[in-house]
Design a protein around this ligand. Structure first.
Ligand SMILES: [Zn+2]
Length: 110
């Protein structure tokens, strides 16, 4: 997918800290693997940097978005939304993360 389009899409997201939209110029693509994109975003308003993970599917793949089993649908419907503790866990993870996304993805078969 076109990187410019991805940046434009991410620029529609609001900063979690101050609520301002990100700007395309402050979106940096870190890595992507098929539909999964990792992006560094920088909020010019409050100067906060964040790592965004996004699953972005092309229109012809939309069918797959709904390709969940009944059990999966009910599982995802009833899990809690991301909360402050999740963010703290992610912060701890990122502190020790060495940036090896390839290794991260190749070891997640469990
Ligand atoms: Zn901000």
């Amino acid at each position: 997918m076109d990187e410019r389009l991805i940046k434009r899409l991410i620029a529609t997201i609001k900063c979690g800290t101050c609520g301002q939209n990100y700007q395309e110029d402050h979106v940096e693509i870190v890595e992507h693997d098929d539909d999964v994109w990792f992006l560094n975003v920088f909020c010019s308003c409050c100067q906060v940097k964040s790592l965004v993970a996004a699953v972005i599917k092309r229109e012809k793949d939309l069918e797959a978005v709904n390709d969940l089993t009944g059990a999966e649908v009910s599982r995802f419907q009833h899990i809690d939304a991301v909360n402050g503790n999740d963010m703290l866990d992610m912060r701890d993870f990122l502190r020790s993360f060495d940036g090896d996304f390839s290794g991260l993805f190749s070891n997640k078969e469990s």
